[in-house]
Design a protein around this ligand. Structure first.
Ligand SMILES: *Cc1c(COP(=O)(O)O)cnc(C)c1O
Length: 393
């Protein structure tokens, strides 16, 4: 049975070249980067190089990069760090959407409980924000606008550069959660007009548990983890040197291969979408048809449960997702699918297939071979399927 991994939005496999770059920092170059001796200096050099590598891809200064223990921590540092630091000087109004990853969404919920006023921007049927809506929402008390560049569930891309331009014009900080887009699309901070940008290595063939936050020079974030003076006092704790080195190697590699990989993924993605919609009745594409992450397919398949599709695909060796990996396990439908206006039943029957650099035409053929009979069987078993009345058996 083939083994087909189509869950790259949840995480990606570590690139062997990235592992190669990391290995010495587990074995011989194990120093603490704060130590003055040669072991410490060797670790420090590894971190310095990684900081330059990340800065080169983002088009910023190395000192504007803060390493964190992943995308979630980078998001928390951005949202809490700005909201808390500017509460007195600017105000306690913050803006986001209802489609955010929980790493951003939960921070906004906590801040709302602490007396912040939160504006949730409306989105269209594809999950896109109208930049003019951002302009209308900003008041003299707004400190922060935080949105995801590419949505992790439905893949929709936001007009980030335009939103950022409006934020800058009105003197409001703009945080972009670029955890899904980094390594897959251009993420130059000057083109995106962002003040803060989060990324995570494991979403572009780097290691898990390491990420970074870009903080534009002049923007102050209140540290959220206290202790030593690492990361210019903004993120305490002995650095994860192998992880940081892996992040630097992974982002460099991803940037070098980015255009070719994206072109391949887009052609596989579009073939997969078109074939599913054409061969399985009562299906719809979720997210924008063109303004979407190169590797994201998200479809609603009416009358069946997403979880049942996942289990059936798993038995065929295909790894996929329904909703986001973090919410699978709960029976609530995805807040993203509800947020773009789907009813509960349609949201429950969603399937997310996210492709990767090693996905082949053969993988797509195999998926397209096994999926239609799975759906047909599940619909026969579904009490809500209206097709029962047309059955001849
Ligand atoms: C994966 C993801 C995160 C969280 O990153 P972790 O490294 O898993 O903590 C945040 N935002 C988005 C959009 C993501 O896809």
């Amino acid at each position: 049975m083939p083994a087909v991994y189509m869950d790259h939005a949840a995480t990606t496999p570590l690139d062997p070249a990235v592992l190669e770059a990391m290995l010495p920092y587990f074995t011989t170059a194990y120093g603490n980067a704060s130590s003055v001796h040669s072991y410490g200096r060797e670790a420090r050099e590894g971190i310095d190089l990684a900081r330059q590598q990340v800065a080169a891809v983002l088009g910023c200064q190395p000192r504007e990069i803060i390493f964190t223990a992943g995308g979630t921590e980078a998001d928390n540092l951005a949202v809490y760090g700005v909201a808390e630091n500017y509460a007195r000087s600017k105000g306690k109004h913050i803006i986001t959407t209802g489609l955010e990853h929980h790493a951003v969404g939960e921070c906004f919920e906590q801040l709302a409980k602490r007396g912040y006023r939160v504006t949730t921007l409306p989105v269209d049927e594809y999950g896109r924000i109208d930049p003019e809506e951002v302009r209308r929402s900003i008041t003299s008390e707004t400190s922060l606008v935080s949105i995801a560049h590419g949505n992790n569930e439905i893949g929709t891309l936001q007009p980030a550069g335009e939103i950022g331009r409006i934020c800058r014009e009105l003197g409001v900080f703009f945080h972009l959660d670029a955890v899904q887009s980094t390594g897959h699309l251009p993420v130059k901070v000057e083109e995106l007009n962002c003040d803060l940008l989060s990324l995570a290595a494991h979403k572009f063939y780097g290691p898990k548990g390491v990420g970074a936050l870009y903080v534009r020079q002049g923007v102050r974030v209140l540290p959220q983890i206290h202790g030593g003076a690492q990361e210019r006092g903004l993120r305490a704790g002995t650095e994860n040197v192998p992880g940081i080195v892996g992040l630097g190697a992974a982002i460099t590699l991803a940037e070098r291969e980015r255009e070719g990989r994206a072109q391949r993924e887009i052609s596989l993605r579009d073939r997969l979408i078109a074939s599913i919609l054409a061969t399985i009745p009562d299906t719809r594409l979720n997210g924008h048809p063109r303004e979407r992450l190169p590797n994201n397919v998200n479809v609603s398949i009416l009358w069946v449960e997403g979880e049942s599709i996942l289990l059936a695909l798993d038995l065929k060796g295909i790894a996929a997702s329904s909703g986001s990996a973090c919410t699978s396990g709960s029976l609530d439908p995805s807040h993203v699918l509800l947020g773009i206006g789907l009813d509960h039943a349609t949201a429950h029957g969603s399937l997310r297939l996210t492709l990767g650099k090693d996905t082949t035409e053969g993988d797509i053929d195999y998926l397209l071979e096994v999926l239609p009979p799975i759906i047909q069987r599940l619909r026969y078993l579904s009490p809500i399927w209206p097709g029962h009345k047309n059955r001849s058996d």
